[in-house]
Design a protein around this ligand. Sequence first.
Ligand code: NAD
Length: 480
Amino acid sequence: MRTEGLYIDGSRTEAADGATASTHDPSTGEVIARFAQAGTADADRAVRAADRAFRTGDWSRASARERGQVLHRLSQLVRVHTEELAQLEARDAGKPIAAARGEMGSVATTFAYYAGAADKVGGQTLPGHADGTLLTFREPLGVCAAIVPWNFPLVITAWKVAPALAMGNTVVVKPAELTPLTALRLAELATEAGLPDGVLNVVPGPGSKVGDALVRHPLVRKVSFTGSTEVGTRVMQAAAEDITRVSLELGGKSANLVFADADLEACVDSSVFSVFDNAGQDCCARSRMLIERDVFDEFVERFVDRVERLRVGPTGDEATEIGPLISPGQRESVEAHLQGALEDGARCLTGGQRPDGPLADGNYLVPAVLVGAEPAARIVQEEVFGPVVALLPFDDEPEAVALANDSVYGLSGSIWTRDVGRALRVARHVETGMLSVNTSSSVHIEAPFGGMKQSGIGREQGLPALDHYSELKSVFIAND
Ligand code: NAD
């Protein structure tokens, strides 16, 4: 088995101390690849390469149109290599292959979007002075560190890398230890697309060493972190030492608000995926389902029936809808949440067990539906990050909004109602970064993505992401 090298300064390289690690297929437990495991010396090497690349100006001072052209070629290369990348991601992250293909399509779209944006944002000339000209430049920051979790490895990498590169920065990516493969391959494709050496570097390794070393590195100007709120807190504290800019995309406990006038059939069909997609390992998972009491029993019955028809299966099977959890440890953590919910008085109507038979070697867990939990119970308040949903009734609109807002998180959510006025009222009052009405689809490349409260700071996607990868500089030029 070949060992995947780190990607520093335009080529593959071993770790400075020769360390390697393996990555496993979550659906079978088999080792699928070995990779060089970066340490702090490699983090330093990657940051210095990125800093040198920034200072040559080959990328940072290239015309915005040229940068856009390279990103456009990278988008096309991702499309050409969709199947290869999807197979890699499906095995590395335990994703159903159909879902992995969809994700690679969205990676290509992300690069295409920022390729187009590169030459469409800039500074301004500002009125107010007769004795000169006042203008602003939008400048790149320098070296940006992108710290990525394992649940959507390449999608989240692209959300950070594409806007950072479009603005002329250089980047060091730290993928999650469990899922390093697609980011390493992306870096090779970027070189093939014409990105100068050192502009994009990838150093998989332990977060507490490599991630922390990147955050604390004096040459790193910006950290874009996606992961748990717990680690995000540490990242923000460490970044404060040097006033390094941070944006944080953190945990969630999003609500799905179902009113009695909703199209229940459409709602059930869509809502099962809003929580169980990616085996529930989704920061936007609507893991609190709030249902108007008049239709609660009917909704629960329909929902359980639909959940029991979800196809839990091998990741390589085109028909599979629900794959395994990322690791044995993640499955144990989800099982502990489930056990805690039962101890707190909830009832599990279906699921929650490990499947036997052909799936027994993987980290599978059958989707679980809980009722009877109190709003303050741990299962309603804590992020589970697995295939578990709690269904709770509400009596009226104010109570629905109050329950939705009774969370330290505020990332995503959905509203189901045929009453447009109510949809708008509730949308305005729910404390969350993203919402969808009568659909579960709330992630769009054109729209800012990010959270309120402990779900994070800053926005990815859309044009607002570019603000996080550039600084405004003002210049006044006297007439004489
Ligand atoms: P995690 O916080 O454990 O790790 C995220 C990344 O941070 C990994 O690359 C890890 O190696 C690194 N890391 C760990 N310790 C570090 C440190 N001290 N300094 C710097 N980096 C460090 O999260 P995870 O388990 O990989 O992912 C699951 C979490 O991510 C969930 O809480 C989920 O909600 C969140 N998430 C949020 C979003 C979002 O956009 N809001 C998207 C996906 C996942």
